[in-house]
Design a protein around this ligand. Structure first.
Ligand code: HEC
Ligand code: HEC
Length: 421
């Protein structure tokens, strides 16, 4: 800083100080008023709005993912980039160096100017830091969203079994089969051709306690190809869902466990009357959920046919439409009949559906593939005969004689049509 500039600056500073306000008491007083206002605001918010409690801490819940307050999310995110034994760099070294640099700032940055255009280096460095913090925070918010509190998933045993059945259909069928029967895995990336023992027999049911089953699902058996399903291990299932899954397996496959009657009813396929057209929502969706969804949902790389909603069943897939109303030649029907067609092989790949279940799919497609029960009821209702006075008959009759007519005499044919309204 040159002398002349320094003198000018000091003069200016002196003048400003003369006419300026004092830190004590003026500034302190203003600060106090503002702090008090904020204090009242917080008090009001805490009293009248409040913050919802998180669920009680549960030391046995290994699926809980701790997550800091939003203003620490960037540090939290940064930690993810330092594997295990290098974590100390992220926790200590980097924040330590940042704080140290802040302390050293008056010694490092000797630039006398205040205007931004003369502080390009400082401003650039700061911008990078701020952008980094904002970016890391956003990344953390996206990759580790707050855990939604697991609502009590199922209260009664039959509800739990039903939830377990759904979970099994979505997560397990592709490898273990619709009923845990095992067999050769077909259509699953990475495990093509592996043969699984049944998990629905007494060998497994009598030797695995509920706790072991829970652990097998939670941790998986990665060495053998069984992926982990617990949220804490990279899967999709929370503790409640795994418990429901275990209840489902126990009550469905273990002959020592008595299935409560109402749960038994839920497991039965939906009944169909003689001339009833099945609907997607009542009849097809449960079958799809049980036998198809585990492979036909988002995230599967070996096919693009999603079956989680009516629209998806009707329109998605690389060979869409896989269902054509009224056409038993639809891909879906042909594949259920284990035909090998352009769209792919037999479905489900491992084992044919029971004929009575295929029949439900066929009656649905033939009946017009309706979505709702109401639409199906309209299709099923016999068409009412129109009232007599408006009866209109416009017959078109074509008669083709194929036998050679050789008689020299004229040939006459008489056709009598009687219409009785
Ligand atoms: C990607 C394929 C795959 C999926 C999906 C899968 N498993 Fe497995 N599972 C396996 C393999 C492979 C094994 C090892 C089989 C063996 O050791 O014979 C296994 C083993 C098991 C065992 C132990 C069987 C035994 O005799 O040791 C159980 C129980 C089991 N799985 C349950 C489930 C449940 C419940 C689900 C659904 C949440 C599921 N699995 C989903 C592939 C899978
Ligand atoms: C074990 C996994 C698995 C199960 C279970 C399964 N699929 Fe598939 N599905 C596939 C794969 C993989 C393809 C891709 C074509 C192929 O490889 O054969 C496919 C393709 C299809 C296609 C052709 C889609 C298109 O547009 O290319 C239809 C239709 C189909 N499946 C229907 C069903 C139905 C209906 C069920 C249930 C009854 C079912 N699948 C169950 C794995 C499965």
């Amino acid at each position: 800083m040159n002398q002349e500039f320094k003198q000018k600056y000091l003069d200016k500073y002196y003048k400003a100080k003369q006419k300026g306000v004092k830190f004590f008491p003026d500034i302190i007083y203003k600060d106090m008023i503002v702090s008090f206002g904020l204090f009242l605001l917080l008090l009001g918010l805490a009293t009248f709005v409040g913050v919802a409690n998180e669920p009680k801490a549960d030391p046995s819940d290994s699926s809980y993912i701790p997550r800091p307050e939003w203003y620490f999310l960037f540090l939290f995110q940064m930690l993810k980039y330092f594997p295990g034994n290098l974590e100390w760099i992220g926790t200590t070294v980097i924040p330590g160096v940042a704080v140290l640099l802040l302390f050293l700032l008056p010694f490092v940055d000797r630039n006398p100017y205040r205007h931004w255009s003369k502080r390009k280096v400082a401003i650039s460095v700061m911008s990078v830091v701020v952008a980094g913090i904002v970016g890391l925070t956003m990344l953390a918010a996206v990759t580790t969203p707050p855990q939604t509190e697991a609502a009590p998933l199922a209260t009664s045993l039959s509800e739990q079994i039903a939830l377990g059945q759904d979970t099994y259909s979505i997560q397990c069928v592709e490898c273990h089969g619709a009923d845990g029967e095992g067999g050769e895995i077909i259509g699953v990336e990475g495990l093509e051709g592996v043969v699984l023992k049944p998990i629905n027999d007494q060998d497994v049911m009598y030797t695995f306690t509920d706790e072991t089953l829970y652990n097998v699902v939670n941790f998986g058996q990665p060495a053998q190809g069984m992926p982990p399903f617990g949220k804490a291990y990279g899967g999709e299932l929370g503790p409640g869902e795994i418990e429901a899954l275990v209840a489902f397996m126990r009550y469905t496959w273990d002959d020592r466990a008595e299935l409560p009657p109402e749960a038994e009813q839920r497991a039965a396929p939906p009944a169909l009357a003689e001339n009833e057209v099945p609907s997607y929502e009542v009849h097809i969706a449960p079958l799809v959920k049980r036998y198809c969804i585990s492979c036909h949902r988002p995230g599967k790389k070996n096919n693009n046919y999603l079956m989680q909603s009516y629209a998806e069943v009707m329109t998605s897939g690389d060979h869409a439409p896989n269902v054509v109303a009224g056409d038993l030649g639809s891909n879906l029907i042909r594949m259920l009949h284990r035909e090998e067609i352009e769209a792919g092989g037999p479905m489900p790949p491992t084992r044919a559906l029971k004929p009575e279940l295929i029949a439900i799919f066929e009656r649905w497609v033939l009946g017009g593939a309706p979505e709702t029960a109401e639409q199906a009821a309209q299709l099923a209702a016999p068409a009412l005969p129109p009232p007599a006075e408006t009866l209109q008959v416009s017959p078109v009759i074509t008669i083709t004689l194929t036998a050679p007519v050789t008689s020299p005499l004229p040939v006459t044919a008489t056709l009598t049509v009687t219409v009785t309204p």
